[in-house]
Design a protein around this ligand. Structure first.
Ligand code: HEC
Length: 275
């Protein structure tokens, strides 16, 4: 198994017991469970009432042949009025920096050290925070004071938006990286501290609705954007085995700009510690 995939599985199953006791003088080698076990997946889901639209999972051979994503260095996003002077220009001057990647033959090109338990925890945090999607047009949105006002987006004490980060993958191009585990599993607490790996409180439904409307209003690409989004909504929510599925293509719920629930989705406040 490739170490990257293995590491992700460590994060995903969240088992602190993966590290056996250190044998003195020898590096710790974590016990790495199989991430994509076809047989286990087959038994994981309850059969649907109507089996026809059941999903079919790819087999593990295909899974382990997937190219491994490189992990790029990322940079914080600041809220309105909190950005250091000249920050975006500074970002544009940063060279793309890969922290972790593999050659096509599976050899690490860049990789963090993986010797001690501490190394593995740091590497896990790196994977947890690594975006898997990028968007240049989102830069204006995450710098837009109206977005912060309308979505109730939280900021840390030092003015950072805790859920998303900038990425530089090409010289001179700043993008917002999204879909990292961190985007959904980061929790800002009332005292301004941040817990990674908790139930997140990113107001992402509201952020999505705000962003969708901006993109849909674009005279050139608005129509194709809406079609693509509609496909995405159906892919995520449609239940074709239900008669009169509220997310059927004819229904207005399938249209992202009329998603009535998104704006009203409750804003999860900064959390206080339990107990
Ligand atoms: C788009 C948002 C989103 C992203 C990105 C995301 N998650 Fe989640 N995750 C959720 C939600 C929502 C749940 C709860 C699902 C439920 O209860 O049905 C969840 C549940 C989990 C759970 C189960 C927690 C429990 O208490 O049972 C784990 C573990 C987890 N995610 C790990 C990850 C890891 C690791 C990544 C990155 C590889 C990741 N998640 C990326 C939204 C996300």
């Amino acid at each position: 198994m490739k170490p990257f995939v293995a590491l992700l599985s460590c994060v995903a199953v969240w088992q602190p017991c993966l590290f056996p006791q250190e044998v003195s003088g020898r590096p710790k080698v974590p016990l790495i469970p199989t991430t994509w076990d076809h047989e286990a997946l087959e038994n994981l889901e309850l059969p649907l009432a109507s089996p026809a639209p059941s999903p079919t999972h790819v087999n593990s051979d295909y899974y382990y042949r997937l190219p491994i994503r490189p992990i790029y260095a990322t940079y914080p996003i600041y809220g309105p009025g909190r950005e250091p002077t000249g920050y975006i220009d500074w970002l544009k001057r940063q060279k793309p920096k890969i922290l972790w990647d593999y050659s096509s033959s599976g050899k690490p090109v860049h990789a963090p050290p993986l010797r001690t338990k501490e190394d593995w925890i740091n590497a896990g945090e790196m994977v947890f925070s690594s975006p898997i999607d990028w968007d240049e047009s989102a830069v204006a949105v995450v710098r837009d004071p109206t977005m912060y006002r309308k979505t109730g987006m939280h900021l840390t004490k030092d003015g950072r938006m805790p859920y998303l980060r900038y990425v530089v993958r090409r010289p001179g191009l700043v993008e917002v990286g999204s879909d990292a585990c961190a985007a959904c599993h980061t929790r800002l607490m009332q005292d301004g501290s941040v817990i990674q790996g908790a139930q997140g409180n990113n107001p992402l439904e509201r952020y999505g609705a705000y962003f969708d409307r901006l993109l849909a209003a674009d005279s050139e690409h608005g129509k194709s954007f809406l079609e693509e989004e509609r496909r995405g909504v159906l892919q995520n929510y449609a239940a074709p085995w239900i008669k009169r599925d509220p997310h059927s293509p004819e229904n207005r719920l399938a249209c992202p700009t009329t998603r009535p629930t998104a704006d009203k989705s409750s804003r999860i406040p900064a959390a206080s510690a339990p107990g």
